[in-house]
Design a protein around this ligand. Sequence first.
Ligand code: GDP
Length: 397
Amino acid sequence: MRVFFIGFGQAGGKIVDMFLAQDKKLGSTSFRGIVINTARTDLMGVKYIPMEDRLLIGQTMVKGHGVGTDNVTGAKVAADEIDTIINAIDKRGTHDVDAFVVCAGLGGGTGSGGAPVLCRHLKRIYREPVYALGIIPAPEEGRLYSLNAARSLSTLVNEADNVIVFDNSAWKNDGESVKSAFDRLNEEIVRRFGVLFRAGEVNKFGVGEMVVDSSEIINTLRGGGISSVGYAISEAIPKGGRSSSKSGGGLLGGLLGKKDKRQEPHIDITSSEDKSAKIIGLVRRAMLGRLTLPCDYSTAERALVLVAGPPTELDRKGVEKSKSWVEENIAGVEVRGGDYPVDSGYVAAVVLLATIGNAPRIRELMELAKEAKEEVVRSRERATSSMFEDGIDPLFE
Ligand code: GDP
C-alpha cells in the first residue's frame, strides 16, 4: 500500500521520520511523508526527512516556540494555516497514494489539536481514506495529558476514517519512565505498521500466494471507530533445517525485527502440517498477546490477518485456518488475510482488529479526563473567589 504519512507534533514527527528511514533502508518507495510542528527545535530534531518536507506553522502566534500542551491553540493554528499544510502535502505528490496516515501523540498540544483538523480537511479534499495513528498517554504523565488525549480522540473518531491507537502505558516496562521508553516504543510502532502497510508490495520474492492488497486493508478499516494491532514473530527454518536467526539481513531483513525474549521457545518444524500449525500458533499469539491498544478482541467488528516471512514458510492452509480461528473469536464475520513474502530470518503475524467495541484503557482515559476537567473548573473558581470576593466593581465589563 502506498501511504502518505503526516507526522504532526513531536511524537508524530519522530515516528514518521522512522517510517521513512525504514522505507529507505529497505530500498522501497511505498512510503512518503512530511512533518509539521509549531516548535522549530522539534522540527530540527528529525533526522531523515529533508528540510523542504518539514513545515513550521503558527509562527505569528507562537513564534516557533510551540504551543506547550495547549491543544486548543494547536487546533487553531492548524485551522488557520490549513492551506499552507495542504500545499505542502500536494507538493510532495499525492496522485498515486492509497491512503493518508496522520500520526500524533494525543496528549500534547500541536499534534493533539492539529491532527483532527488535518483529518477533516484531507477527507474533504481527497478520495483516499484518511487514518489517524494516535498515541495515548500513560496515566502517570498527568491528568492534563489525559484530558488533551480524551478531547483529541473524541474528535478524531469523527474526523478520520479510522483511528488506530497505540497506548504508551501498555508498552512501557514496570519501573521504566515513559520518556526513556520512547525509542523502543517507536520501534514497536514502526515495525508493526511497517509490515501491515507494506502488504501487497512487490519485491524480489514476487507477490504472495494470497495477496493482501490495499483495498483489503481499507475494507477492514471501513467501519471507523478505533482499532488495535497485534504482532508476533518466530524464527524461520531455512532449507537445511537449522534456525536462521543470524541471517536476518537481505532486502527486507530488518523489517520483521528480533524475537521478543518472552516469546515461546522455538521448535524446529518443516512439514506442511507443521508449517500450518506454526502459522496458527503465531496468529493466536499475535491476537492474544500485547496489542497496540489493549482491548477486548471479541468486540472487534472486522479483522485482517497477515503472515510475512520467507516464501518457504508461508503456508496457505495455515493462513486460512488462522482466519477461521480469528473469525470464531471476534464479534463480526469479516476476516480478511493473506501472506507477504519477504527476505527475513523470521516469520511474523500481524492481526489488525478493527472497530473495537470495548477497550478499558479508553474508558479509563475518559474518566481521568473528566476528573481533570472538574479539577480545572474548581481551581479556577477557588483562585478567583479567594482574593476578589468583596464586590468591588471592575473598571469596565
Ligand atoms: P506536541 O509536539 O505538542 O504534539 O506533543 P508531543 O508529540 O510531545 O505529545 C505528547 C504526548 O506524546 C505525550 O503523551 C508523550 O508521552 C507522547 N510522546 C512524545 N514523544 C513520543 C515518542 O517519541 N514516542 C511515543 N510513543 N510517545 C511520545
